[in-house]
Every structure is written in structure tokens, then in C-alpha cells.
Design a protein around this ligand. Structure first.
Ligand code: BTN
Length: 257
């Protein structure tokens, strides 16, 4: 793949790979070797793709494997916000390739993309230090386009189910545009509170399962309750008999998923 013109026009360099271990590892290696951020790394296939919680991310040719490396102005305190921002950009990009089915594309907390309730895309956020000590956010994005893995503990879907002509190249073009637009809106907000409020509102408008009964698996054990929204810091609000609890991170399960 040639470097994508749209990524370069939006101010990002693009390092395309044919086959690799993990684009997240490649991005970190490039950063440590002094490649200036922001940049994208993509691969046509990965041999050791990884998902959240140390899971394997099956990565045959035909799906999208992309990593975005950001150093500035993405500080550590913005990392969770960037999870929402990138999730929204990914939702925008997928919906743009399937405009007549956009309502079937939803976001699952914290940042999966679902089609008809089945996982189509996942995001892996990894925080590191750039060689000069600044915080670096390495965000890996995997999207099922032509293939769904057969071994997932949740229902999985693929983009060609709603957009017959979708390709990794077309989705990457759409994603680089969508991210650049979302990023500009975030950067140009009058202050950080308003920036997060706008992300929160946009995210909730696309959320899957708002008001549904859920289980959240946390290291200390599962919590059950009703998913009632996000707080001002972007934490999930879970309502149970004990009151409302704000949850930073965890794995969310809906009945039947
Ligand atoms: C998840 O578990 O939902 C996150 C999946 C993230 C997969 C992507 S594919 C590109 C990048 N490289 C990896 O090794 N993982 C991420």
C-alpha cells in the first residue's frame, strides 16, 4: 500500500506495511526510533495482533489494522477522552461507508463499534513515553471488513454485511478524514470541559444499550446494574440498588452477549 494521500493531507505521516507482528508494536518502535508524531501505521495482515486484556486479535488479510501514534497535545489526562474521540471517528468512518445502514452502527462502552449489536471493530489504547519523556498514546484499531473471526466470546460482524464494496483502503481513507475532523473540533473547543461535554453528548447519541441491564467485569469481581450514562469525566454510570457508581474501565456485557 502506498502512503494514503488523505492521511498526509491531514498532517499525518503514514507507514504502510504488507505483513507485520502488530501495528501497535511498529508504531512504538517508530516513535522510539525518532519518527515524528502524529503518524499512522497500517498493515495488510498481522501475525501477533492483540486485543484488550491480552486477547489475540485474529488478523487475516481483508480487514483493517491501523495504529495512530499521538504525542502532542495528547497528554496522559486526555487519554480516556481520546478513546471516545477515536471511537467516534471510527463510528463516523464506518457509517460513512454504509450511509443507508448508519443507524445499525453503534458504540459499545468503552470503545467498540457494533453492527446490529455484534462487534465489528475494537480499539486498543496503550500509553507510553516518547524518547523526550512526553506522553505518547498509541491507539490500535482493528475492523472486521471481509472476515469475522470464528473464535470470539461475543457475537462478531463484518463491515461487508452492510457495505458490500468496503475495503481496508476505503475505510482507512474515511477514518483518516473522520479523525482529522473530530480532532480539529476537540482542539478548537473553548476549554477542556466543553470539549469533553461535546464528546460525551455525541458518544451517548450513538451508544448501544443505554438504560439496559449490564454486567461489568472488574478485577475485583463483576458489578451488575443499569447503564445510565457517562459522567463529566467520561466514566460509565452504573445504577444498582446501592446507588450510582462511576466506573473508569472494565469489560461491559449485555444480556445475551
Ligand atoms: C479489542 O480487543 O477490542 C481491541 C482490538 C485492537 C486490534 C488492533 S489491530 C491493529 C492494532 N494492532 C494490534 O496488535 N492490535 C490493534
Amino acid at each position: 500500500m502506498e502512503p494514503a494521500r488523505e492521511a498526509v493531507e491531514a498532517g499525518f505521516t503514514h507507514l504502510p506495511r504488507a505483513e507485520t507482528g502488530s501495528t501497535n508494536d511498529d508504531a512504538l518502535a517508530a516513535l522510539r526510533a525518532g519518527h515524528p508524531a502524529p503518524f499512522w501505521v497500517t498493515a495488510q495482515m498481522q501475525k501477533t495482533g492483540r486485543g484488550r486484556h491480552g486477547r489475540i486479535w485474529t488478523s487475516p488479510p481483508g480487514n483493517l489494522y491501523a495504529t495512530l501514534a499521538l504525542v502532542e497535545p495528547c497528554e496522559q489526562r486526555h487519554a480516556a477522552q481520546f478513546g471516545y474521540l477515536i471511537g467516534l471517528a471510527l463510528h463516523d468512518a464506518i457509517a460513512a461507508l454504509a450511509p443507508s445502514h448508519a443507524a445499525r452502527v453503534r458504540l459499545k462502552w468503552p470503545n467498540d463499534v457494533l453492527i446490529d449489536g455484534a462487534k465489528t471493530a475494537g480499539i486498543l489504547l496503550e500509553g507510553h513515553r516518547a524518547p523526550d519523556g512526553r506522553f505518547a498514546l498509541i491507539t490500535g484499531i482493528g475492523v472486521n471488513i471481509a472476515f469475522t473471526p470464528g473464535d470470539t466470546p461475543y457475537p462478531a460482524a463484518k463491515l461487508t454485511d452492510v457495505s458490500a464494496d468496503a475495503t481496508p483502503q476505503a475505510l482507512f481513507t474515511s477514518l483518516t478524514r473522520a479523525f482529522a475532523a473530530r480532532f480539529a473540533r476537540w482542539r478548537d473547543a473553548p476549554d477542556a470541559t466543553l470539549a469533553l461535554a461535546a464528546l460525551r453528548e455525541d458518544w451517548l447519541a450513538r451508544a448501544h444499550g443505554l438504560d439496559a441491564n449490564v454486567t461489568i467485569r472488574l478485577p475485583g469481581g463483576p458489578r451488575e446494574g443499569r447503564f445510565v450514562g457517562l459522567d463529566g469525566d467520561g466514566r460509565l454510570l452504573l445504577m444498582s440498588a446501592g446507588g450510582i457508581e462511576a466506573i473508569d474501565a472494565g469489560d461491559l456485557y449485555f444480556a445475551g452477549m
